[in-house]
Design a protein. Sequence first.
Length: 234
Amino acid sequence: MQECEAEAPKRAFTRDELQTFFDHADDQVERVRGRGRKGWLPAFRDAMLFKTAYAFGLRRNETRMLDTADFGRNPEGAEFGEFGICYVRHGKAKKGSPPKRRSVLTVWEWSAEILDQWTSEVRPAMRHADGPALWPSERGRRVGLQRLDSRFAAYCDDLGLDPVLDFHLLRRSYVTHLIEDGMDPLFVQQQAGHDHASTTSIYTCVSSDFRTRTLRRALDATIEAALKPPRRAQ
């Protein structure tokens, strides 16, 4: 028996849903800032936080507990600069064990770009920017889980997205989209920090279009092999 975080109704975001959600989060920053209100900084933080959770396949608390020091260079990914690796120090713990640690390699260039923008341009303007937390709150040293849940739910409601979608499904979307993009399943399993491939498979909710393309490639390869003339004996 394997531990499972998934529930039957849960699914990944489609790519269109995810883009719409991120665009809406960005729009809220411009809307609040355009009115001259101070809330644009927390709105910016939350938009970057949601994108980071997806970009590294992080759980909610893993994302919240990130510090600015939890990133480093990847010699094999110099193009990501200081954000080539994300060091997760507060992973989900097994019963009676300390938080599980893992290293997640950056796979998308845009994720390094938004983190660089956040840490160098915007985060310094936050009230508690002198602390270690990557995501400080306007009222405390670190943003709270309740705030993340309420903001996430509000954005989904604004867009009329499926009520089943929640923060954790950013992680499921990450796993699904990497598989759809042709990443090696073992690499995806290690990125997610799963001990068993069966757990990763539960997370994977590939689209019907992806399954159709995969089947078409397999059928085409079979037909091509069948039509090849037999090799002559030497």
